[in-house]
Design a protein around this ligand. Structure first.
Ligand SMILES: O=C(O)CCC(=O)C(=O)O
Ligand SMILES: [Fe+2]
Length: 262
């Protein structure tokens, strides 16, 4: 609970479990991290259809993590994330590094069941807009399965309707060097994804007011040349011109020591 109080100043939007920490790492830290990521052997990259990724900490299976120690340049970062947020019950042991070219993104998805339901994502390079979409299908079928046939059908339908009415899609503007954290409801009731387009709109982003309060629009526009305002302030877009690198830091509670080198 104490940690949630410490984190409360970083809460964004209407969900109690979504946090955004601007400038979590310095410009020098960003260069240092990017150097390590870019110096990794080519074989460390796994190329998917619409992005490349590096997997650190071991292999995640349904039954847990076949763990490998994180290198110090990553464990220094994950230790800081744990200490600052106080939201991880034991040290973060897995980091996925995603690389996106300006027209690449990630499909709406929910993170796998092997992870403890808290995720911290550090953004580096180009900004991006992350969209959160209520996960209604699963939620509704969960509810209808758990109710006993006819007697509860009506109550269940009302509950489902209420659930839909209380869950809205929203987006978050992920600026370079920021840390996004989401857990519990934001983790389980929403899919998250990034559109695979170079131009992304962010005028409805739930952290926009915080960013504007902190930087002012002029500074935001000037500091990141990819952030653009058009139409007399109505439409705000980013136009990604560089690579974005994200570090998704998570915890797998069930760990098997990996005896084999991978
Ligand atoms: O790149 C990001 O910001 C999101 C990555 C993500 O959702 C994941 O690795 O599961
Ligand atoms: Fe994810």
């Amino acid at each position: 609970m104490e940690e949630e109080v410490a984190m409360s100043k970083f809460r964004i939007g209407s969900l109690p479990t979504l946090y955004y920490i601007p400038d979590f790492v310095t410009h020098d830290d960003q260069i240092h991290l990017l150097n390590h990521i870019n110096q990794a052997p080519l074989a460390k990259w796994k190329t998917l259809k619409n992005r490349r990724l590096q997997n650190w900490g071991g292999v995640v299976h349904e039954k847990g993590l076949l763990s490998q120690n994180l290198p110090p340049w990553l464990s220094n970062l994950t230790r800081r994330i744990s200490e600052t947020t106080g939201l991880f019950p034991s040290p973060i042991n897995h980091v996925l590094i995603n690389e996106y070219l300006p027209d690449q993104g990630i499909m709406p998805h929910q993170d796998g069941p092997a992870y403890f339901p808290v995720v911290a994502i550090l953004s580096l390079g180009s900004p991006a807009v992350m969209d959160f979409t209520p996960h209604s299908k699963l939620k509704l079928s969960d509810k209808s399965n758990s109710q006993s046939q006819d007697t509860c059908a009506e109550a269940s339908e009302m509950e489902a309707q209420e659930w839909v009415e209380n869950h809205y899609p929203f987006s978050v503007l992920l600026m370079p060097r920021s840390l996004l954290i989401f857990k519990d409801e934001a983790y389980s009731d929403y899919l998250h994804g990034i559109k695979d387009s170079r131009v992304q709109q962010f005028h409805g982003a739930v952290n926009l007011n915080d960013l504007l309060e902190r930087h002012g629009l002029d500074q935001l526009l000037n500091s990141e040349k990819e952030v653009i305002e058009t139409n007399a302030g109505d439409t705000k877009t980013i136009c990604r011109s560089n690579t974005r690198i994200s570090l998704t830091c998570r915890l797998v509670l069930k760990v098997h020591k990996n005896l084999f080198k991978i």
